[in-house]
Ligand binder design. Structure first.
Ligand code: DGL
Length: 248
């Protein structure tokens, strides 16, 4: 059985943990919500890197053999630093521009992400590879992280917040929308209700889960045999974390 650390600025990374546990149900997971410092999306890359290092050290002290950076913003800001600084494998989020670019019929891909992710070199490189083939429309999901951290996944206010960022992408002709922040899948049912039929939303979490399985194998970290468990930790209050964990 492997011991795997998973972290995010808050509860969003639970959307990644959900996919990981589908294919690796028998491992020991330590999930860390750094919600005392949430959101990461508007903070500097240096700040996010220092938080990512502090959280990694805590996960290592609890026995993590591999760490999943279940946060697009922290992946963009810090994964190179983490890989250089610690002797364990790290798996980060990949913005799913590639599958979106091959799946779009309208030729317009929408990307919803945090401000930090949209300006990270990692994302800009990925985007550059597809810029000739498709048009990429971007929006920060303004207020989405706060909705999820408040456990507010539905209702009039949540709908107005989601519409304000999603509708401009739809108006630009996007028929395929990349969920570039791990908090956003918790708002997917709401987004699907707002978007016209035929619009596809792409969550990279299942691909990240498969990548983790491969990385564990490549590093000789044995998996399986259980008993699977999840320990939930947070730097701030853990009420929403516990509530959203019940949904996954
Ligand atoms: N869930 C995170 C992400 O994937 C961070 C959101 C935030 O803290 O701004 O980008």
């Amino acid at each position: 059985m492997a011991c795997i650390g998973v972290f995010d600025s808050g509860s969003g990374g639970l959307s990644v943990l959900r996919e990981i546990r589908k294919i690796l149900p028998d491992e020991r997971y330590i999930y860390y919500s750094d919600n005392a410092y949430c959101p990461y999306g508007e903070k500097t890359a240096d700040f996010v890197t220092s938080r990512a290092r502090a959280v990694t050290e805590l996960l290592l002290s609890k026995g993590a053999q591999a760490v999943v950076v279940a946060c697009n913003t922290a992946t963009g800001a810090a994964i190179a630093n983490l890989r250089a600084g610690y002797d364990i494998p790290f798996v980060g989020m990949e913005p799913a521009v590639k599958p979106a670019a091959s799946g779009t019929r309208s030729g317009v891909v929408g990307v919803l992400a945090t401000a930090g992710t949209l300006k990270a070199p990692k994302y800009l490189n990925t985007k550059g590879q597809y810029a000739d083939a498709v048009r990429i429309a971007e929006r920060v999901g303004k207020g989405f992280v706060e909705l999820v951290e408040n456990g507010e996944l539905d209702g009039q206010h949540a709908e107005a917040v989601v519409r304000a960022s999603l509708e401009p992408l739809l108006a630009e002709g996007a028929d395929t929308i990349v969920l570039g922040c791990t908090h956003y899948p918790f708002l997917l049912p709401l987004m699907q209700r707002i978007a016209p039929e035929g619009v596809r939303f792409i969550d990279p979490a299942p691909a990240v889960a498969r990548r983790l399985r491969d990385v564990l194998a490549m590093n000789g970290i044995p998996v399986g045999e259980g008993p699977g468990s999840v320990e939930l930790l947070a730097s701030g209050p853990d009420t929403t974390l516990k509530k959203l964990f019940k949904l996954i």
